[in-house]
Design a protein around this ligand. Structure first.
Ligand SMILES: *[C@@H]1O[C@H](CO)[C@@H](O)[C@H](O)[C@H]1NC(C)=O
Length: 448
């Protein structure tokens, strides 16, 4: 080593002819993907670098040294190519591990430091959590141009024999390309070797913790439509679902980079469910206000009644009880109708019928007592008026009840209609999100 390094200057390129380039072959052994930070778009990997070149100044004849064909030299004693990770997000203070370099008697040098790279990686969250990500590691000489240090790839793939699988990301494929780039600074070319790592998110965790709860919640939001308005819990249920969905949205948003470039499918799904439950709260308010109408209710407009009774109700398989409405009466036989009418007359106006003969009898018996007669007649009139009033009132109440019942029917049918509509929307959205996958565009994982 002393003979080799005598007069060795480690800061100059190891070539005798300065017009010639040092060819540096780069390779990576990927040992572990430590983390992919979606929020900051940083990929942390553990790699073994493989750097290989010929150092013309480290040449010896093995026969002169008892057949010694290779030696290990501490790498800080010799020239090293200034290979850097172009897309690193670290501050370069750590540097490389000062490992030994293997030097062979034909002047070949192999240097393999272990490095932890923190590289920037553009994250596309469109298909989150069904997403694939492609990250790249761009390695090249920083200061030497392509005429001085020629960077080439050692192989077309990364070595994955020592790869330890990541729990969150599955390694789909790796690829290596060599590029030559001309920068603004200089006219010389700057070659680099770019390693592509394609990762696919393992879905189970997100499936169990986000997708399935979201689907369950979205169906829970439907339950609000089945809840009868009398229970008074319609809006409470809707609001609880709304709040829970908001929590899930926050959870998902927490994972995502704050970018407006693309919106993730799961966010859209959550947005659909959120707006559904918002709408369900709104429609609950509307239906409750229909159901609990105050004051003098207006008659249900005829066209609404027709539409709901003859179109919506049969469509939704709802039987509406129609006591006073025309269609039901048509169905009854004439005999039924007549008997019903009779009984109704008997029921509604018994007092008047009974009162009239009584009045005559009273009149006859009291005919002599003229003085009484006057006041009795007055009383009679007052009673009749009172009875008429009560009767009218009763009629009105019956009618009002009828109108209320009709409005409640309208509310019920609307509730059911909205249930079916929301069920359809949520089913379609759920099927869509489960079918959503990024297009297959990857490259194969070929280790070795
Ligand atoms: C140095 O290398 C260049 C290019 O390979 C060649 O043209 C030139 O003749 C070489 N010079 C010497 C002194 O060998």
């Amino acid at each position: 080593m002393q003979n080799l390094l005598r007069g060795y200057e480690k800061s100059v390129r190891p070539v005798y002819n300065s017009s010639e380039a040092v060819v540096v072959a780069l390779g990576l052994t990927l040992t572990q993907i430590l983390d992919l930070d979606e929020k900051n778009q940083v990929l942390t990997t553990n790699v073994w670098m493989e750097v290989e070149w010929y150092d013309e100044k480290l040449l010896w004849n093995s026969s002169e040294y008892e057949g010694l064909a290779s030696i290990r030299i501490p790498c800080n004693y010799m020239w090293l190519p200034d290979v850097v990770l172009y897309n690193s997000v670290d501050d370069y203070t750590s540097g490389y591990m000062p490992s030994l370099a293997m030097v062979y008697d034909n002047s070949r040098v192999f240097w393999g430091p272990v490095v932890r790279f923190r590289s920037s990686c553009k994250i596309d969250i469109t298909y989150f959590p069904f997403d694939d990500q492609v990250c790249r590691l761009k390695l090249g000489s920083w200061a030497y141009n392509g005429y001085q240090v020629e960077v080439v790839n050692r192989s077309t793939t990364m070595d994955l024999t020592n790869f330890v699988d990541n729990g969150e990301w599955e390694l789909i494929g790796v690829r290596v390309t060599r590029n030559v780039v001309y920068y603004n600074c200089c006219v010389e070319p700057f070659p680099d070797v770019t390693f592509y790592i394609q990762l696919r998110r393992r879905i189970k965790y997100y499936f169990m913790n986000i997708i399935i709860p979201c689907i369950i919640l979205s169906f829970l939001c439907l339950a609000g439509f089945l809840l009868p308005p009398e229970s008074g819990e319609k809006i409470t249920l809707g609001l609880s679902v709304l709040l829970t969905i908001t929590v899930f949205m926050l959870m998902v948003a927490d994972k995502m980079p704050q970018t407006s470039e693309s919106i993730s499918v799961i966010s859209i799904y959550l947005m659909v469910v959120l707006s559904m439950s918002c709408l369900s709260v709104l429609t609950s308010v509307w239906i409750l206000s229909i159901h609990h109408q105050r004051g003098q209710p207006k008659q249900v407009p005829r066209w609404i009644k027709m539409f709901i009774c003859s179109v919506l109700a049969p469509m939704l398989c709802i039987k509406i009880q129609k006591s006073d409405s025309e269609p039901s009466r048509k169905r009854q036989t004439n005999k039924d109708r007549r008997s019903m009418k009779k009984s109704r007359v008997a029921m509604e106006e018994p007092e008047i019928i009974r009162l009239e003969p009584m009045e005559e009898v009273q009149e006859i018996s009291l005919v002599e007592k003229n003085g009484y007669r006057e006041s009795f007649k007055e009383r009679q009139d007052a009673i009749n008026q009172l009875i008429n009033m009560l009767q009218r009132k009763h009629h009105e109440e019956v009618k009002e009840d009828e109108v209320f019942r009709e409005w409640r029917d309208v509310a019920f049918v609307l509730d059911r209609l909205l249930f079916v509509v929301f069920l359809l929307i949520i089913t379609v959205a759920t099927v869509c999100i489960l079918e959503m996958r990024p297009g297959e565009k990857g490259f194969s994982r070929s280790g070795g």
